[in-house]
Design a protein around this ligand. Structure first.
Ligand code: NAG
Ligand code: NAG
Ligand code: NAG
Ligand code: NAG
Ligand code: NAG
Ligand code: NAG
Length: 528
């Protein structure tokens, strides 16, 4: 009921090494660049592939090499490091600039920084493919397959150039949106598109907007994420980047229908929502003592990942946070790289890094205040902790809408945020027991599965390496849009109906006029 304990995982591991039919293989993983949530998703799968006896090699960038090697995964995997197309300092500054989006009003800044990020990622791709030493090492490593994060199309390109079958991780919410080209049932009648605040029940107007949003965002997504890689594919003589998507053997979508709008997934799309959630480990004594000191009031976690960094532009925001936290009866554990330059009361503990999953699993944790990151969303659900979300960019808004829809907590708008609003939202989710009850119910549901998400992903990769995936793929890729939506069949049936009606009317007219001509003379004769 409460998930598997560590010894159980080890036992299953032992059991699996016995039932495995195919030998261990070398698997290459491209987790974007090795930063933050994208790395942790792929690393969670990698950890379970290790349990199954495989050998994992992660392709990370020189800007985040140290970061991944110092993480708890550092010793588990082998690493190959590629060099960014721009200096490492510029990469760090780029992410720092992105983090300042939190305190800027409106979407301008995010857009500008994202644009530079996308360009850099495309140039990084060329840099990797042109690095002959790196490519030669990758070629000679005898990899059986590649696992990559769909955020970076380059993953598929590397797989194609190395001639490897590839699997994909989709880190975002809305699984049917992201795998619609695979034949997922993205029906805008009951599946809300990304960047809409709709739920699964929509009015006519909402369904109309939702349908248009799907078409627009889907095409926009292709334009922004896929199209810039076209020249690279042409240059290296491989298929169009859009066609590479269709060659993905298995898709792992970081979603679970306990916290996502239900929709139909094809057999090669595997839901693995909650990849980074796991049972809590012992906390360091300073954190444990701080939590114990909160007594029955408990603690609240404030974690904006790497999105919140202190600088002059967001000092006011930091003051607001401190004001709100000070009024709460709970103590607050706050993740920030640098402490603010003004005094902070002892009920707030600022940490440059915190073991979020382990603290969420602590019985005295009452809520988490965060940016709507998808991994944190599932970690909160896994541990049954209510949330307050303040979205900043991209999928944070979709996650925040789900938070409200499923009754897990509340969302705040960063553009007109005040200290009172933060206090009130946190006070509401911690004092109104409805949120805790919902969180506990969702947690029990998410945990009641035969395998944990990362185990499920590793199992299916193993299965695919042994048996292939041809039997799992919906044969939709050969169909054009008319065939896919049966427009040709509908048009044909429609024509048949029109002809039948036309023919019937014609017949009735002919019969009628015959009868009339037959009758009329008699009438005329009678009249005579
Ligand atoms: C390459 O890996 C496969 C398993 O994936 C193994 O059967 C084969 O012996 C390996 N070849 C070399 C040259 O190491
Ligand atoms: C695992 O992969 C690395 C390449 O990244 C290779 O150097 C190493 O020999 C492999 N180990 C085994 C046991 O195949
Ligand atoms: C970060 O922002 C500053 C100020 O807006 C700008 O001068 C700088 O070029 C930006 N850095 C990068 C790498 O985009
Ligand atoms: C974004 O860039 C454009 C020009 O490229 C500039 O006019 C605009 O002020 C920038 N917006 C922000 C918020 O930095
Ligand atoms: C903040 O903005 C949102 C939408 O932009 C609006 O719905 C909300 O009422 C605003 N709140 C306040 C207190 O102005
Ligand atoms: C608790 O929250 C629920 C859901 O938002 C709401 O319907 C209910 O009225 C709240 N209860 C109290 C006592 O405020």
């Amino acid at each position: 009921m409460t998930g598997l304990t560590m010894p159980n995982i080890a036992l299953i591991g032992l059991f699996l090494t016995h039932i495995r039919t195919c030998g261990a293989s070398n698997i290459l993983v491209s987790p974007l660049i090795g930063k933050g949530s994208h790395f942790y998703l792929s690393a969670a799968i990698g950890e379970q592939l290790l349990v199954r006896g495989h050998n994992l090699t992660y392709l990370v960038s020189n800007a985040f090499e140290d970061h991944v090697k110092k993480s708890r995964f550092g010793e588990m995997f082998h690493y190959e490091v590629f060099k960014h197309s721009i200096p490492v300092e510029d990469i760090h500054e780029l992410f720092h600039n992105l983090s300042r989006s939190l305190s800027s009003v409106g979407p301008g800044n995010e857009y500008n920084v994202s644009k530079i990020l996308f360009e850099t990622q495309r140039n990084d791709c060329t840099a990797i493919l042109e690095d002959e030493f790196l490519m030669t090492r990758l070629r000679s490593a005898n990899f059986s397959s590649l696992l990559y994060d769909t955020t970076w199309v380059c993953g598929a390109i590397i797989g194609e150039v190395l001639n490897l079958p590839y699997f994909a991780v989709v880190p975002y919410p809305s699984p049917c949106f992201h795998t619609a080209s695979e034949g997922s049932g993205f029906n805008p009648t009951y599946v809300p598109s990304i960047m809409t605040s709709y739920s699964s029940v929509m009015s006519f107007k909402e369904r109309l907007i939702n349908s248009l949003a799907f078409v627009i965002y889907h095409n926009l997504g292709i334009q922004v994420t896929i199209k810039p890689y076209k020249p690279i594919c042409e240059r290296f003589g491989i298929a169009d980047p859009y066609d590479l998507m269709k060659k993905i053997k298995l898709w792992f979508v970081n979603s679970d229908f306990v916290a996502e709008y239900p929709c139909a997934l094809p057999p090669n799309v595997i839901p693995v929502g909650g990849l980074t959630s796991r049972d809590p480990m012992q906390l360091s004594s300073d954190i444990e003592d701080f939590i114990q000191g909160s007594e029955s009031d408990g603690i609240i976690i404030c974690s904006f990942g790497t999105i919140l960094t202190l600088d002059d532009s967001n000092m006011a925001l930091f003051k607001m946070f401190v004001e709100a936290f000070t009024r709460l009866p709970q103590r607050v554990l706050w993740l920030v790289k640098t402490s603010p330059p003004f005094p902070v009361p002892s009920s707030i503990k600022i940490l440059p890094w915190l073991p979020q999953n382990d603290i969420l699993g602590h019985p005295q944790t009452r809520a988490i205040f965060f940016h709507g990151g998808h991994n944190s969303y599932y970690e909160a659900i896994y541990h049954g902790v209510p949330v307050v979300a303040m979205p900043v960019i991209a999928d944070h808004f979709d996650v925040s809408n789900r938070v409200v829809h499923f009754g897990l907590g509340l969302k705040l708008n960063k553009d007109n945020i005040t200290s009172d609003m933060i206090y009130e939202a946190l006070y509401e989710v911690t004092s109104n027991s409805t949120y805790m009850q919902t969180a506990k119910r969702m947690s029990a549901n998410l945990r009641n599965r035969p395998m944990k998400p990362a185990e499920r992903a590793a199992f299916w990769i193993d299965h695919a390496l042994n048996h292939g995936t041809d039997n799992l793929e919906i044969s939709a890729e050969h169909l054009n849009i008319f065939q896919y939506y049966l427009l040709d069949v509908i048009a044909f049936i429609f024509l048949v109906i029109i002809f039948s009606v036309y023919f019937t009317i014609k017949c009735i007219k002919v019969v009628c006029s015959r009868i009339c001509r037959f009758r009329n003379p008699t009438i005329k004769e009678k009249a005579k």
